[in-house]
Unconditional design. Structure first.
Ligand code: FMN
Length: 306
């Protein structure tokens, strides 16, 4: 009987039992999925993006189905850090996998204040910083599209936390490797990419956008080739671990990201179609490794043949 492949990976100093995590905003605060998935099988859990104050998000309609994907303009609705600590954290404390908080702010000071608060929470193993949000002091330009602003956010968060610091990159840029280099230099322990790609859908009868917010973020299989290309590009320059995200629906998709250079992956839109997508992907990766006599998952990372 051959031994089972070793699926463990390290993101910075944190060891995951396997490389499959949940993508922020697609898995709530995990409890929502507790009856549908064995949460303790996951590599890590990333929760819905948190802000200092509760946020109601954008008005409806805020989700549209598109060819091979979805557009969302939720607008980062969340319960805010205070309710999160009181109402959501106790359940998360009962789980085995590392829990990562995803955070966003409208100013650098807000990011820093959130990081400081999360630093005190023992149940949170790390912070994923979402820089794909508007910087109110720079006329709404997203932090993640400006190397200086991105770097300033990461430095401010780094100053407040010793926890694992993952920076989640926006794909809505000309050269993602430039931002990746800047945030690594600013103190990130790992990079996750990609966030959603800005898109639109129009109702031709009413000539209105199908989203009240006009534009939204495209996710799902439609974005996988773009995400894969960006992960591969960033892997050429980054010296810290990369977490691949974008349209991963099955184990084969996850394996493509690992071969392109990602150490781990996040699963987003797939959870809405198949709530068990994460565990199916873990099982599929394990089966692939066993079939190919690969004893450790790390042996496949960054093995693209040129
Ligand atoms: C409904 C929805 C809500 C999301 N909320 C967040 C969020 O709060 N913070 C964040 O960093 N990313 C958020 N994202 C982006 C996802 O985490 C992920 O980066 C993106 O959807 C691409 O992965 P996918 O194609 O597997 O869905 C959200 C995506 C969706 C579809």
């Amino acid at each position: 009987m051959p031994t089972k492949p070793d699926l463990r990976v390290n993101i910075g100093r944190i060891e995951l039992q396997n490389p499959v995590m949940t993508a922020s905003g697609t898995f709530g605060y995990a409890k929502e999925y507790a009856e549908l998935v064995d949460l303790n099988r996951l590599g890590a859990i990333i929760i819905k993006g948190l802000s200092l104050q509760p946020a109601r998000g954008n008005p409806p309609p805020r989700i549209v189905e598109t060819a091979c994907g979805m557009l969302n303009a939720i607008g980062l609705e969340n319960v805010g850090i205070e309710s999160f600590e009181k109402e959501k954290l106790p359940f998360l404390e009962t789980l085995d996998p590392p829990i990562f908080a995803n955070i966003y702010g409208r100013t650098i000071e807000e990011y820093a204040a959130l990081a400081q608060r999360i630093e005190a929470l023992d149940a949170i193993a790390g912070i994923e910083v979402n820089i794909s949000c508007p910087n109110v002091k720079a006329g709404g330009l997203a932090f993640g599209t400006d190397p200086q602003a991105a770097s300033a956010v990461v430095k401010a968060v780094r100053n407040q936390t010793t926890k694992l610091l993952i920076v989640k990159l926006s794909p809505n840029v000309t050269d993602i490797t430039e931002i990746a280099r800047c945030v690594e230099a600013a103190g990130a322990d790992a990079l996750s990419l990609i966030n959603t790609i800005t898109g639109m859908a129009i109702d031709i009868e009413t000539r209105r956008s199908r989203l009240a917010n006009m534009t939204g973020g495209l996710s799902g299989p439609a974005i996988k080739p773009v995400a894969l290309r960006m992960v591969w590009q960033v892997a050429q320059t980054a010296t810290i671990p990369i977490i691949g995200i974008g349209g991963i629906m099955q184990a084969e998709d996850a394996l493509e990201f690992l071969i392109a250079g990602a150490t781990a992956v996040e699963i987003g839109t797939a959870n809405f179609i198949n709530p068990q997508a994460t565990v199916d992907i873990i099982d599929g990766i394990e089966a692939f490794l066993a079939q190919h006599n690969i004893s450790r998952i790390t042996e496949i990372v960054g093995t693209l043949v040129h």
